[in-house]
Design a protein around this ligand. Structure first.
Ligand code: GNR
Ligand code: NI
Length: 185
Protein backbone atom coordinates (compact mmCIF):
# COMPACT_ATOMS: atom_id res chain seq x y z
CA UNK A 1 0.00 0.00 0.00
CA UNK A 2 1.13 3.53 -0.63
CA UNK A 3 0.17 7.06 0.23
CA UNK A 4 -0.66 9.14 -2.83
CA UNK A 5 -0.18 12.93 -3.03
CA UNK A 6 -3.52 14.80 -2.98
CA UNK A 7 -3.92 17.59 -5.56
CA UNK A 8 -5.11 20.98 -4.29
CA UNK A 9 -6.68 23.95 -6.07
CA UNK A 10 -5.89 25.58 -8.44
CA UNK A 11 -4.41 22.40 -9.98
CA UNK A 12 -6.16 22.07 -13.38
CA UNK A 13 -6.16 18.26 -13.09
CA UNK A 14 -9.00 18.64 -10.55
CA UNK A 15 -11.17 20.00 -13.39
CA UNK A 16 -10.77 16.95 -15.66
CA UNK A 17 -13.90 14.83 -16.26
CA UNK A 18 -13.20 11.26 -15.13
CA UNK A 19 -13.80 8.31 -17.46
CA UNK A 20 -15.60 5.05 -16.57
CA UNK A 21 -13.71 2.02 -15.31
CA UNK A 22 -13.91 -0.59 -18.07
CA UNK A 23 -12.09 -3.50 -16.46
CA UNK A 24 -11.64 -4.13 -12.75
CA UNK A 25 -8.17 -5.63 -12.53
CA UNK A 26 -5.28 -5.81 -10.04
CA UNK A 27 -4.25 -2.26 -10.91
CA UNK A 28 -7.71 -0.92 -9.98
CA UNK A 29 -7.65 -2.94 -6.74
CA UNK A 30 -4.27 -1.47 -5.84
CA UNK A 31 -5.54 2.04 -6.60
CA UNK A 32 -8.58 1.44 -4.33
CA UNK A 33 -6.31 0.26 -1.49
CA UNK A 34 -3.93 3.19 -1.93
CA UNK A 35 -6.82 5.66 -2.08
CA UNK A 36 -8.31 4.24 1.14
CA UNK A 37 -4.98 4.48 2.95
CA UNK A 38 -4.47 8.03 1.64
CA UNK A 39 -7.98 9.04 2.77
CA UNK A 40 -7.53 7.57 6.28
CA UNK A 41 -4.16 9.23 6.65
CA UNK A 42 -5.32 12.68 5.49
CA UNK A 43 -7.72 12.25 7.38
CA UNK A 44 -10.86 12.48 5.27
CA UNK A 45 -14.21 10.72 4.91
CA UNK A 46 -14.20 10.52 1.11
CA UNK A 47 -11.75 10.60 -1.79
CA UNK A 48 -12.20 10.59 -5.57
CA UNK A 49 -9.44 9.15 -7.79
CA UNK A 50 -9.13 12.46 -9.66
CA UNK A 51 -7.90 14.03 -6.39
CA UNK A 52 -4.81 11.83 -6.64
CA UNK A 53 -4.45 12.59 -10.35
CA UNK A 54 -6.19 9.49 -11.74
CA UNK A 55 -9.19 10.63 -13.80
CA UNK A 56 -11.24 7.43 -13.45
CA UNK A 57 -14.76 7.17 -11.99
CA UNK A 58 -13.63 5.74 -8.65
CA UNK A 59 -14.53 6.89 -5.12
CA UNK A 60 -13.76 5.63 -1.62
CA UNK A 61 -15.81 6.72 1.40
CA UNK A 62 -15.77 5.91 5.12
CA UNK A 63 -17.97 7.98 7.41
CA UNK A 64 -17.53 5.74 10.47
CA UNK A 65 -16.25 7.65 13.49
CA UNK A 66 -12.78 6.27 14.06
CA UNK A 67 -11.34 8.66 16.61
CA UNK A 68 -13.40 9.04 19.79
CA UNK A 69 -16.26 6.59 19.30
CA UNK A 70 -13.84 4.08 17.79
CA UNK A 71 -16.29 2.46 15.38
CA UNK A 72 -14.67 -0.22 13.22
CA UNK A 73 -13.66 0.91 9.72
CA UNK A 74 -16.52 0.75 7.20
CA UNK A 75 -15.03 1.51 3.78
CA UNK A 76 -17.31 1.91 0.77
CA UNK A 77 -15.84 1.50 -2.73
CA UNK A 78 -17.78 3.07 -5.59
CA UNK A 79 -16.85 2.35 -9.21
CA UNK A 80 -18.76 4.15 -11.97
CA UNK A 81 -21.26 5.55 -9.42
CA UNK A 82 -24.44 7.29 -10.59
CA UNK A 83 -27.23 9.00 -8.70
CA UNK A 84 -30.39 7.36 -10.02
CA UNK A 85 -32.80 9.26 -7.75
CA UNK A 86 -32.68 12.32 -5.49
CA UNK A 87 -35.44 13.60 -3.20
CA UNK A 88 -36.82 17.15 -3.46
CA UNK A 89 -35.90 18.06 0.08
CA UNK A 90 -32.57 19.79 0.58
CA UNK A 91 -30.25 19.60 3.56
CA UNK A 92 -27.29 21.77 4.49
CA UNK A 93 -23.86 20.53 5.54
CA UNK A 94 -20.72 22.43 6.40
CA UNK A 95 -18.46 20.89 3.74
CA UNK A 96 -14.74 20.67 3.41
CA UNK A 97 -12.49 19.10 0.76
CA UNK A 98 -9.00 17.61 0.92
CA UNK A 99 -8.30 19.54 -2.31
CA UNK A 100 -9.26 22.84 -0.62
CA UNK A 101 -7.57 22.28 2.76
CA UNK A 102 -8.84 23.98 5.90
CA UNK A 103 -11.72 25.77 4.16
CA UNK A 104 -15.33 25.04 5.15
CA UNK A 105 -18.65 26.41 3.90
CA UNK A 106 -22.30 25.37 4.03
CA UNK A 107 -23.62 23.64 0.91
CA UNK A 108 -27.24 22.64 0.20
CA UNK A 109 -27.88 19.35 -1.57
CA UNK A 110 -30.70 16.78 -1.83
CA UNK A 111 -31.15 15.16 1.59
CA UNK A 112 -31.55 11.61 0.22
CA UNK A 113 -30.21 9.96 -2.91
CA UNK A 114 -30.17 6.49 -4.47
CA UNK A 115 -26.78 5.45 -5.82
CA UNK A 116 -25.98 2.74 -8.37
CA UNK A 117 -22.39 1.58 -8.74
CA UNK A 118 -20.09 -1.38 -9.27
CA UNK A 119 -18.46 -3.02 -6.25
CA UNK A 120 -14.76 -3.96 -6.04
CA UNK A 121 -15.78 -7.29 -7.56
CA UNK A 122 -17.74 -5.74 -10.41
CA UNK A 123 -21.17 -6.48 -9.01
CA UNK A 124 -23.91 -3.85 -9.63
CA UNK A 125 -25.15 -2.46 -6.32
CA UNK A 126 -27.81 0.08 -5.41
CA UNK A 127 -28.20 1.76 -2.04
CA UNK A 128 -30.04 4.70 -0.47
CA UNK A 129 -28.09 7.35 1.39
CA UNK A 130 -29.19 10.11 3.72
CA UNK A 131 -27.52 12.51 6.12
CA UNK A 132 -23.74 12.83 5.93
CA UNK A 133 -23.41 9.85 3.56
CA UNK A 134 -25.79 11.48 1.03
CA UNK A 135 -23.73 14.68 1.20
CA UNK A 136 -20.38 12.92 0.78
CA UNK A 137 -21.61 10.78 -2.13
CA UNK A 138 -22.79 13.92 -3.96
CA UNK A 139 -19.55 15.77 -3.11
CA UNK A 140 -17.55 12.86 -4.60
CA UNK A 141 -19.73 12.61 -7.72
CA UNK A 142 -19.09 16.32 -8.32
CA UNK A 143 -15.33 15.50 -8.38
CA UNK A 144 -15.94 12.95 -11.18
CA UNK A 145 -17.34 15.79 -13.33
CA UNK A 146 -14.40 18.08 -12.53
CA UNK A 147 -16.54 19.85 -9.93
CA UNK A 148 -15.64 21.08 -6.46
CA UNK A 149 -17.86 22.04 -3.53
CA UNK A 150 -16.76 25.66 -3.92
CA UNK A 151 -18.65 25.69 -7.25
CA UNK A 152 -21.83 25.72 -5.12
CA UNK A 153 -20.83 28.95 -3.34
CA UNK A 154 -21.36 32.56 -4.40
CA UNK A 155 -18.93 33.83 -7.01
CA UNK A 156 -17.45 36.21 -4.41
CA UNK A 157 -16.66 33.43 -1.92
CA UNK A 158 -15.33 31.12 -4.62
CA UNK A 159 -13.07 33.72 -6.19
CA UNK A 160 -11.77 34.71 -2.77
CA UNK A 161 -10.72 31.15 -1.86
CA UNK A 162 -9.29 30.38 -5.32
CA UNK A 163 -7.25 33.58 -5.16
CA UNK A 164 -5.89 32.68 -1.72
CA UNK A 165 -4.78 29.20 -2.87
CA UNK A 166 -3.37 30.55 -6.16
CA UNK A 167 -1.22 33.01 -4.25
CA UNK A 168 -0.04 30.33 -1.80
CA UNK A 169 0.87 28.01 -4.71
CA UNK A 170 2.86 30.84 -6.34
CA UNK A 171 4.80 31.48 -3.14
CA UNK A 172 5.49 27.73 -2.75
CA UNK A 173 6.79 27.54 -6.33
CA UNK A 174 9.07 30.53 -5.71
CA UNK A 175 10.40 29.06 -2.47
CA UNK A 176 11.15 25.77 -4.26
CA UNK A 177 12.96 27.70 -7.00
CA UNK A 178 15.14 29.53 -4.47
CA UNK A 179 15.90 26.28 -2.64
CA UNK A 180 17.19 24.76 -5.92
CA UNK A 181 19.29 27.87 -6.65
CA UNK A 182 20.86 27.66 -3.18
CA UNK A 183 21.53 23.95 -3.60
CA UNK A 184 23.20 24.63 -6.97
CA UNK A 185 25.40 27.42 -5.56
O1 GNR B 1 -13.09 14.69 4.34
C1 GNR B 1 -14.04 15.27 3.82
N1 GNR B 1 -15.03 15.75 4.59
C2 GNR B 1 -16.23 16.22 4.11
C3 GNR B 1 -17.06 16.94 4.97
C4 GNR B 1 -18.28 17.41 4.55
C5 GNR B 1 -18.68 17.18 3.25
C6 GNR B 1 -17.87 16.49 2.38
C7 GNR B 1 -16.66 16.01 2.79
S1 GNR B 1 -15.67 15.11 1.70
C8 GNR B 1 -14.08 15.46 2.34
C9 GNR B 1 -13.01 14.66 1.62
C10 GNR B 1 -12.95 15.06 0.17
O2 GNR B 1 -12.44 16.08 -0.21
N2 GNR B 1 -13.53 14.28 -0.68
O3 GNR B 1 -13.58 14.61 -1.98
NI1 NI C 1 -13.49 16.76 -2.02
Amino acid sequence: MALLPILTIPDPRLRVISTPVERIDAEIHRLLDDMLETMYEAPGIGLAAVQVGVAKRIVVIDIAKRKDDAEPPAPIFLLNPQIVWACEELSTYNEGCLSVPEYFEDVQRPARVRVRHLSREGETIEFDAEGLLATVVQHELDHLEGGLFIDHLSRLKRERVVKKFTKAARLDARAAEHATENADA
